[in-house]
Design a protein around this ligand. Structure first.
Ligand SMILES: Nc1ncnc2c1ncn2[C@@H]1O[C@H](COP(=O)(O)OP(=O)(O)OP(=O)(O)O)[C@@H](O)[C@H]1O
Ligand SMILES: [Mg+2]
Length: 366
């Protein structure tokens, strides 16, 4: 029997597709460090995000492809790793050079759970191993610090060399909030240029370091301030949070149109407060109606990223500064939110690939 060669392994892996990117792993340049030791094979799969929703499937597909297509293989060891693909954009490179992707969490209507969703998405991506930052750009009521357990206005330190402001860190994510800059007792009446000036400062004067995803919690609405902000931030894309009822959907539609107007892709719609499961009876109640987010996604030709139920633990997590995906990671609802964050990460990878940011070069290892 002839010895196993690198090329046999690579050829076998040409039959494994990334189900989101619709190309095989070799073409996508995801196979690294192929090592052959007698009849044992080891290689690394480098995904475009650590939050890949199909990680387990891809790994299993690799094992079965090598097993069935390479003669004489004994042990197969697959190391799963990731390198987040970057949104290639000159404006982003100029102002946020270490940040790979920027995502706005937006809603037309206020109070739909945008900040709750932004925090839980951020924490969930960080838990999966991504480097994540969060900017609370809600001039009407910055609520993210509280949701992340930061009660008092913190002292902001400077980076010793760059003299830039250092973001705060909690639950593995870096945070800056418009609330850190304003005085609670003297509310500011914001105008578009002021809001965009503050957000610009968060991008240029904060030492973010290397980040895979920087998430912006935008103020609700689709007026001048929001439009100025989405034009100020070099956005990879946006997600829109809505509740299932008509009044919220109408505003979500306006939100999506606002992003389309400025050529920012909308990665999808997240429906919050989708349903309530009564803990005593297990009955499901659709308090704000049913299926609205999903229908809107079809109508507007974007993805439906998922629905989050209403649950007192989600609200308490926000009020206590302990996001449910961190504090109750094993609950079904934390699982639902993590699933949504992984769908979002996949949409970002698809967007970046279609924009041509993944250069293909094949490395066969040693
Ligand atoms: N799925 C949920 N289950 C239970 N409570 C929720 C859920 N989502 C959000 N909430 C609660 O609803 C309230 C509003 O949520 P949140 O502040 O996240 O909304 P928002 O859209 O950011 O509001 P605003 O427009 O004021 O910025 C909060 O008290 C939050 O804890
Ligand atoms: Mg909010």
């Amino acid at each position: 029997m002839s010895a196993i060669s690198h090329i046999d392994v690579i050829n076998a892996l040409r039959h494994v597709n990334d189900p989101d990117l619709h190309k095989d792993l070799v073409t996508l340049n995801m196979i690294k460090d192929v090592k052959i030791n007698g009849s044992d094979v080891e290689f690394t799969v480098e995904l475009t995000t650590p939050a890949c929703p199909l990680k387990g499937k891809i790994e299993a597909d690799c094992v079965s492809a090598v097993k069935s297509r390479v003669n004489g293989v004994a042990e197969i060891k697959v190391n799963m790793s990731s390198r987040v693909s970057s949104h290639n954009d000159e404006r982003k490179e100029a102002i946020l050079p270490g940040v790979k992707n920027t995502i706005a969490v937006a809603s037309g209507k206020g109070g739909v759970g945008k900040s709750t969703v932004a925090v839980n998405l951020a924490v969930s991506l960080a838990k999966d191993g991504a480097k994540v930052g969060l900017i609370d750009a809600d001039i009407y009521g910055p609520s993210i610090p509280l949701m992340l357990g930061i009660k008092e206005k913190p002292q902001i330190y400077q980076h010793p060399e760059t003299k830039k402001m250092l973001p705060l860190e909690n639950y593995g994510i870096k945070l800056m909030s418009i609330g850190f800059l304003i005085d609670d007792n003297n509310p500011v009446i914001w105008r578009g240029p002021m809001a965009s000036g503050a957000v610009k400062q968060f991008m240029s004067d904060v030492y973010w370091g290397e980040l895979d995803y920087l998430i912006f919690d935008l103020p609700p609405g689709t007026g001048d301030i929001q439009l100025t902000l989405v034009q100020t931030i070099p956005l990879t894309g946006a997600v829109i949070v809505t509740t299932p009822q008509e009044v919220s959907l109408i505003d979500a539609r306006k939100g999506l149109k606002m992003f389309q107007r400025v050529n920012v892709p909308v990665f999808g719609i997240i429906e919050n407060m989708s349903y309530f499961i009564a803990p005593d009876t297990g009955n499901r109640y659709e308090i704000f109606g049913n299926g609205g987010g999903e229908k809107l996604a079809v109508e507007l030709n974007t993805s439906y990223l998922g629905g989050i139920p209403i649950d007192p633990r989600i609200r308490e997590g926000g009020d206590k500064g302990k996001p449910i995906v961190f504090d109750m990671a094993d609950t079904e609802y934390a699982g639902i939110i993590s699933g949504i964050s992984r769908r979002l990460a996949a949409e970002i990878s698809i967007n970046n690939m279609n924009a041509g940011s993944n250069k293909v070069e094949i490395s066969l290892g040693e």
